[in-house]
Design a protein around this ligand. Structure first.
Ligand code: UDP
Length: 334
């Protein structure tokens, strides 16, 4: 029995494949290499000692998706594959709706046609927008998305709601907070294309001298130090949440056909907290300056992780310092 991991050569996907293989699962990676590198396959093999099966194709290719499901005994699907650049999604919304929703529909069609069950879906805390209360529980209302990318996550959740309801298959949507860090081996990590849009790759590239200085987007937020607050979670902790969720479905421990879990640390950190923690853990000084807010950014988001802790029996173990240290070691290897 195999686990299909779509987008398995990407940032979160590759770390999840490592954890799956460490737990004894056989993995089939499906990835079109649109935002990942084939070298990651060798790195996964080097960390785990096992080369996962790799299928290079686009999930919009319905024939290929159907063939994959027809030709393999599949025990579960972890669906990561998606375009994820928020800014690009504003410029090219059609591409984002096509890629992110079209691929999900093809996977669901093939799953249901072959009577497969057990889907883990990558959702995001962006579905909450600026939540009214912190920490954010799974019951917090979902808000209008700030970008087509965010909207694809929201619509994907709706697709899961309607289809699990109609076809009675089982799925878990994990709502990630801010995934950061890299594997402690420094063999896999985040590979941003061009100028990083996310905070941590920008921080590590600045410390490495690739970027001159970090722009801190806004110090006039209603937070203790004026900078925006997020819940940064180590990617290895996040990867492990997928294994626990998958086992929950395989062992039929889920309480409803579709369940949602927040996956974060439960701790909010400001941009200045991140800079301090980076300097502490790496002993590197970071050049930064405060600039205007970035459009579309919210003030704060951090998770109430009670449900994940009690129901999934999962808890983030690694600290912010630890994640930043691992991100830095990864940067040094680039
Ligand atoms: N941020 C920043 N400078 C950057 C990139 C990000 O100050 O170059 C801030 C951003 O405004 C937000 C936080 O860092 O408050 C996390 O941003 P990121 O894009 O990593 O994740 P988001 O939560 O926006 O998805």
């Amino acid at each position: 029995m195999k686990i299909v991991v779509t987008g398995g050569l990407g940032f979160i996907g590759s770390h999840t494949v490592v954890e799956l293989q460490n737990e004894g699962f056989k993995v089939i990676i499906v990835d079109n290499l649109s935002n990942s590198k084939i070298e990651v396959l060798n790195q996964i093999t080097s960390i785990t000692g096992i080369k996962p099966q790799f299928e290079q194709f686009d999930l919009l290719d319905k024939e290929r998706v159907n063939t994959l499901f027809n030709n393999n005994k599949i025990a579960g699907i972890i669906h990561f594959a998606a375009s994820k650049a928020v800014g690009e999604s504003v410029e090219k919304p059609l591409l984002y709706y096509q890629n992110n929703l079209g691929s999900l529909l093809n996977v669901l069609d093939a799953m249901l046609a072959t009577k497969q069950d057990h889907l883990i879906f990558s959702s995001s805390c962006t579905v909450y927008g600026q939540a009214d209360q912190m920490p954010i529980t799974e019951n917090a209302p979902r808000k209008d998305a700030e970008s087509p990318y965010g909207n694809t996550k929201k619509i994907a959740e709706d697709i899961l709601l309607d289809t699990t309801n109609a076809y009675k298959y089982n799925a878990i949507a994990l709502r990630y907070f801010n995934p950061i860090g890299a594997h402690p081996s420094a063999k896999i990590g985040e590979l941003p294309i061009g100028i990083p849009q996310n905070l941590i790759p920008y921080v590590t590239q600045t410390a490495a001298g690739i970027r001159k200085e970090l722009a801190v987007f806004g110090a006039d937020y209603p937070t203790p130090d004026g900078t925006a607050i997020r819940d940064y979670i180590h990617v290895v902790d996040l990867a492990k949440a997928h294994i626990v969720a998958l086992k929950r479905l395989i062992e039929k421990k889920n309480k409803t056909n579709l369940e949602f879990f927040n996956i974060g640390t439960g701790k909010g950190s400001s941009v200045l907290d991140v800079i301090k923690a980076f300097e502490n853990s790496t002993k590197k000084k970071l050049n930064y300056k405060i600039v205007a807010r970035r459009e579309g950014d919210i003030t704060e988001a951090y998770a109430d992780t009670t449900l994940a802790n009690t129901e999934l029996g999962w808890k983030a173990e690694k600290s912010l310092e630890n994640a930043l240290y691992d991100a830095w070691q990864w940067q040094l290897k680039q």
